[in-house]
Design a protein around this ligand. Structure first.
Ligand SMILES: Nc1ncnc2c1ncn2[C@@H]1O[C@H](COP(=O)(O)OP(=O)(O)O)[C@@H](O)[C@H]1O
Ligand SMILES: [Mg+2]
Length: 248
């Protein structure tokens, strides 16, 4: 579904990704670990197509099509959707209007928002003054309306209060497995995901097939998600035994 070949990416004239190779099949969920500043968000934002991330080498394929230079809106229409680590404030745009515009078909925005405890926010400017948990719920509401077939989730659980974490987890679960959304069952679609997590909290709500550790702009090793998480928790990123065993 997604194939990345030798991807090099520059941000503000500095090379951040230095030769990433990655493949994620239909229905596969992979998690991405790595220390701060290693290039995790850059990788996801480059797959989504944000302009400030300049591909200097390598290619990205989605469903067999080369999307390396494709504009972000076309990628979204192809079914790629992203939850941002730090979503920006959008002054002058109401959340309700954004959700309506993002919807894959005639969605009852008010009804959908209720499900995310976001109904009271529909008339507010996108993200302005939202708390940590509200930001993530707002992002997930937009994603659910869009109904992507490939999810890029950048630290979906970070900054979320205890009260919202179950809701966030359940909504991510639904994005991956609820086949009723937007008539997906008719198309027999399976959703894939690439998820950045530090704590692994999200893995309480969904299954994951593979995990990678990225450091200094390169994928250093792969393994089973719970194995790598345990290694990282026990020993940190510096001396990860699993990394030494499954070196890439
Ligand atoms: N818009 C930007 N402008 C300048 N530097 C950036 C920008 N985005 C990311 N970087 C830099 O790229 C590196 C990788 O960042 P990032 O991908 O956000 O790391 P991670 O998500 O793994 O913590 C960091 O050194 C960061 O400062
Ligand atoms: Mg990040």
């Amino acid at each position: 579904m997604l194939k990345i070949e030798d991807l090099h990416v520059e941000v503000e004239g500095r090379e951040v990704l230095r030769g990433i190779n990655l493949e994620i099949g239909p229905g596969q969920t992979c998690v991405l670990f790595g220390p701060n500043g290693s290039g995790k968000s850059t990788l996801l934002a480059t797959i989504m197509g944000f302009g400030q991330f300049k591909v200097t080498q390598g290619r990205i394929f989605f469903q067999g099509k080369d999307i390396t230079n494709m504009p972000i809106d076309e990628r979204a229409r192809m079914g790629i959707g992203m939850l941002l680590q730090r979503p920006p404030n959008v002054v002058g745009l109401k959340l309700g209007d954004l959700v309506k515009a993002a919807s894959c078909q005639d969605v009852d925005v008010s009804h959908l928002a209720e499900d995310f405890r976001m109904k009271a926010f529909l008339d507010r400017d996108v993200n302005v003054g939202f708390s940590g948990g509200e930001l993530k719920r707002s992002e997930l509401l937009q994603l659910t309306a869009q109904n992507p077939r490939f999810l890029l989730l950048d630290e979906p659980e970070s900054g979320v209060d205890m009260e919202s974490i179950d809701l966030v987890g359940e909504k991510i679960h639904d994005l991956l497995y609820d086949t009723k959304q937007c008539g997906r069952e008719k198309e027999n679609e399976s959703v894939s995901a690439l998820i950045i997590t530090h704590t692994g909290e999200v893995l309480k709500y969904i299954g994951a097939d593979c995990a990678y550790i990225i450091r200094d702009g390169k994928i250093r090793c792969s393994g089973r998600p719970m194995d790598l998480l345990k290694e990282i928790k026990d020993k940190g990123y510096g001396e990860c035994i699993a990394c030494r065993m499954v070196k890439i």
